[in-house]
Structure formats: structure tokens, C-alpha cells
Design a protein around this ligand. Structure first.
Ligand code: 5AD
Length: 349
């Protein structure tokens, strides 16, 4: 079987495939491509959810402005640095600083935070702070940030616009921003949700092709999980045979096809997968193409306020349990915990 040549009609056939025996072929194919291209190392990225303030009205997200009653927090720099030191102690190579699109985290405040992490630790720093203006992205890159994550969520422009109202007077064009992020020298991460109401199979096939076109270093894929405080909580009654179901199985298919299309990308087994299948979602993700896990380092009191979707996995675990649990799951699969920063081999090619 060819390693990374797979055309639109083949992608569509796999997305519609439901026969377990044939799907087993896809799982083995993705697992082989993963092993041959990024090896058996699973890199751990410590996730710190630094603020749940958000300026946006994204129709699916539990920390958007739709959640009017949600208590909002912004971690102090010292609290964040405590979590960063924890990442070093746990032996992680990367911290991911994630937040809503929070303009209360000023350009300079984030830049100073990045400089401190880079001066005081050997860690790679990934930022995931939303659609910030180019000056911010430049300042943070100058401060030493290594990577930036911004999912484009769907390549269907109409669907995208219907779920991402822009800020007043601005356009929201994440594909454009991703290209700029790459030009600024960041490793670039993106991804999509699977099963957004209104998302079709051809949309999803185009999403996977877009990953390749953007030459992404990191690709996050998770099922859409309705959040009760958001407009997308109500069942839209989309029952067309074109509608992609928001299932665990569909997320694995997209994960596996993404590995085959983008062999050297870093692909996490996401928390959203672990949420739909708490018993073995992480493992199945790792066995079907993923090579990254992102243990949550956010202090528990804040973690419960960062419910972008309900019943999020690990939300009540402390960070030691989260770390120990994930290590056990990884080694039980016969995989190794990756040493070092786990930089993108796609970028190094
Ligand atoms: N279900 C699944 N994933 C979600 N995200 C946000 N809200 C949801 C939801 N309701 C994902 C988006 C975002 C990432 C941080 O979390 O893809 O980019």
C-alpha cells in the first residue's frame, strides 16, 4: 500500500467504511506509518490552561461568551511558573500555554512570561491563545516561543463563519493566520472537530487535504461534544446522509487518515477522545496514528472552570495522578516516553 498517497475518493471511502475487518486494515496502516516516520516515542506536553476569559462567541465552546454564568480566572505569572516547574520535574519537554482569546493577557505580559520560561528552563513553549493580532504573534516569537496552535476547526468557509462570529470590525481567517505563523518561524499546529452540525463527508475529506497543504507540524483531532451553555447544544436535527456523526469511531478514522497523509506530523491522542471513551480512548488514539499526549498541569481549582465541553476527561484528577496514569497507559502499549523536546520531524525534513 502506498504510504502517503491517498486521493479524495479513497479518503471518502474510508470515512464511510464501517466494516470492522476492513477498518482493521486502516488502523494497521496508520500504525505502521506512525512507527516508520515518528517511531515509538510518545512525547508529553504539559498543558496549562492559563485563562478562561474569552472575547469570542464561538457557537460550540463552553468558555465562549455564551457561558455567561461561568466564573472567570486568569492565572498569576507565579502560579503559571509553578506549573512550568512541575513540567520540568515530571521530565516533560514542552509546556503548552492555552487560554480563551483573552486580551487581558497583554502582548507584553505573555512575552515576559515566555522569556522567563525560556531563561529558566530547557522547555519548548507552545502557545494556544486564539486569533491574536500579528504584532502579538511577532512579539511572542521574538520572546522565544517555539510553536503555535490554532485549529481551523473546519475547511468549509460557510460553516466556519456560522460558528465563529468575528470580533467587531475584524475578519476571522485562521488559514491566513496559520500561514503567517509559519512565516514567523513557529512550528505550526492546527486541527478540526469531527461531527460539527452541518459538517459533511466532503468537508472532512477537504480538512484532511488542508492539513497536508498547510504542511502542519502538529495536528489535533477530536470529536465535537455539545456543551449545554452554547447554541450548538440544541440538536439541529441534521439527519442528512451527508452529515458526519460526532462519534469516537469517526475521530479515529480521521486520525488514521491524517497520519497516512501527514506521516511526520506530531499528532496527539486528544482529551476529547479520552472523554468519549474514558477506558481506552487515549490508547486507541495512540494505536491508530497518534504520537503525543498532553497531560493537564492546570491547578484543579481552575481546571473545573475550563470545560470547553462537558465531562472533560481528567478534570478531577490532580496532576500527579494524571501524569502517572498516562505514563502507565503509554508503557502498557509497548511504547516509550519520548526524551527531549519532541520537535517536529516534519519541520526538520
Ligand atoms: N467539543 C469538542 N471540541 C471542542 N473544542 C472547543 N469546544 C469544543 C466542543 N464543544 C476544541 C476546539 C478548540 C480546542 C481548543 O478545543 O477545536 O480549537
Amino acid at each position: 500500500m502506498p504510504v502517503s498517497k491517498i486521493d479524495r475518493s479513497e479518503i471518502l471511502n474510508w470515512l464511510r467504511e464501517n466494516d470492522e475487518t476492513r477498518l482493521a486494515v486502516l488502523w494497521r496502516w496508520a500504525d505502521r506509518v506512525r512507527r516508520e516516520n515518528v517511531g515509538d516515542d510518545v512525547h508529553l506536553r504539559g498543558l496549562i490552561e492559563i485563562s478562561n476569559y474569552c472575547a469570542r462567541h464561538c457557537a460550540y465552546c463552553g468558555i465562549s461568551l455564551h457561558s455567561r454564568e461561568l466564573a472567570r480566572y486568569r492565572m498569576a505569572a507565579e502560579e503559571i511558573l509553578d506549573c512550568v516547574r512541575q513540567a520540568v520535574d515530571f521530565g516533560y519537554g514542552t509546556v503548552v500555554l492555552q487560554s480563551g482569546e483573552d486580551y487581558g493577557c497583554s502582548t507584553e505580559w505573555i512575552a515576559a512570561l515566555v522569556r522567563r520560561i525560556k531563561n529558566e528552563t530547557p522547555l519548548a513553549v507552545t502557545l494556544s491563545l486564539g486569533e491574536r493580532p500579528e504584532e502579538d504573534l511577532m512579539a511572542w516569537r521574538d520572546a522565544g516561543a517555539d510553536r503555535y496552535l490554532l485549529r481551523f476547526e473546519t475547511s468549509n468557509r460557510r460553516l466556519y463563519e456560522s460558528i465563529h462570529p468575528p470580533l467587531a470590525g475584524r475578519v476571522s481567517d485562521r488559514i491566513f493566520i496559520l500561514k503567517r505563523i509559519k512565516q514567523l518561524g513557529y512550528e505550526v499546529g492546527s486541527g478540526v472537530m469531527i461531527g460539527i452540525p452541518g459538517q459533511t463527508y466532503s468537508d472532512l475529506a477537504r480538512d484532511i487535504e488542508t492539513f497536508k497543504e498547510l504542511d502542519l507540524d502538529m495536528i489535533g483531532i477530536g470529536p465535537f461534544i455539545p456543551h449545554p451553555n452554547t447554541p450548538l447544544a440544541v440538536d439541529t436535527g441534521m439527519v442528512s446522509d451527508q452529515q458526519v456523526p460526532a462519534t469516537e469511531l469517526m475521530a479515529y478514522k480521521v486520525l488514521a487518515l491524517t497520519r497516512i497523509m501527514c506521516p511526520r506530523a506530531n499528532i496527539p491522542s486528544t482529551t476529547a477522545l479520552a472523554t468519549l471513551n474514558k477506558v481506552e480512548g487515549r490508547e486507541l488514539g495512540l494505536a491508530r496514528g497518534a504520537n503525543i499526549v498532553m497531560p493537564n498541569l492546570t491547578p484543579p481549582a481552575y481546571r473545573i472552570l475550563y470545560e470547553i465541553y462537558p465531562d472533560k476527561a481528567c478534570i478531577y484528577e490532580d496532576r500527579e495522578d494524571c501524569d502517572t496514569g498516562l505514563r502507565g497507559r503509554i508503557t502498557a502499549l509497548g511504547r516509550r516516553i519520548g526524551a527531549g523536546r519532541g520537535d517536529s520531524l516534519n519541520r526538520a525534513k
